[in-house]
Design a protein around this ligand. Structure first.
Ligand code: BG6
Ligand code: MG
Length: 215
């Protein structure tokens, strides 16, 4: 088998923080009287904080200054972090901990490729930081998914080629980034949205070494 590493997205793959991002954006959109629902939210998954805000503001008609936008992004992040304040190991998505243990025991390299600037804080809360051989988060990248930069950087830090790594993603933009970067990919969620991935599972529960054997 040629696979040497797994690169995980964070939000929606390791922990269900995707719902907190949605709640925090929804709160802001409601205040601005901009219609925003779960369907619109799909576009925001995997995308940076500033780009997410732009996508929401485009749905409204009002224009805002850069300072106003900065304040909105800060406010969203404050409510997001408040939702995250109670996160702990019990919030790790099904099968993830076991899969990380299996990967470690079998000498696979483990990377994180996340657009979030809060990634380290969340990993610490989940007590998972020690598993990762490379962590590339929103503070280390200039190009957002679907640009493959975040995964290419993670692969570089791990010392593997994209063709030796599997990316695990819940976002359409994330799967697209994996494909563009030349990685294998596993989508977690709706196959209609994540169809470009090599395999799609509706949840993280089936993840395991036997899935990697299929590549
Ligand atoms: C991604 C999420 O992981 O991180 C996006 O899927 C989020 O929804 C992005 O906007 C940036 O996160 P943060 O924590 O830096 O605002
Ligand atoms: Mg995600």
């Amino acid at each position: 088998m040629k696979i040497k590493a797994c690169i995980f997205d964070l939000d929606g793959v390791i922990v269900d923080t995707a719902k907190f991002h949605f709640k925090a954006w929804k709160q802001l959109a409601d205040e601005l009287q901009i219609p925003f629902d779960e369907h619109d939210n799909e576009q925001l998954k995997g995308v940076s904080r500033t780009t997410s805000l732009e996508i929401i503001l485009q749905k409204g008609s009002k224009k805002f200054s850069d300072d106003e936008k900065l304040l909105m992004a800060k406010k969203k992040n404050a409510s997001y972090l408040e939702y995250c304040s109670t996160i702990n190991e019990q919030d790790i998505l099904p099968g993830i901990k076991l899969f990380l243990d299996e990967l470690k025991e079998n000498n696979f390299l483990i990377g994180l490729g996340s657009a979030s600037k809060n990634a380290l804080l969340i990993l610490d809360k989940l007590n998972l930081t020690r598993y990762f051989d490379a962590i590339v988060d929103g503070n280390k990248i200039t190009e957002a998914k679907p640009n493959p930069q975040v995964f290419l950087k993670a692969a570089e830090e791990l010392g593997v080629l994209p063709s030796e790594a599997v990316v695990i993603e819940d976002a359409e933009a994330g799967v697209e980034a994996a494909v563009r970067g030349g990685f294998f990919s596993i989508g977690i969620g709706d196959a209609k949205i994540l169809g470009k991935a090599n395999f799609v599972f509706s949840s993280t529960a089936p993840l395991g070494l036997e899935v990697l054997m299929k590549f």
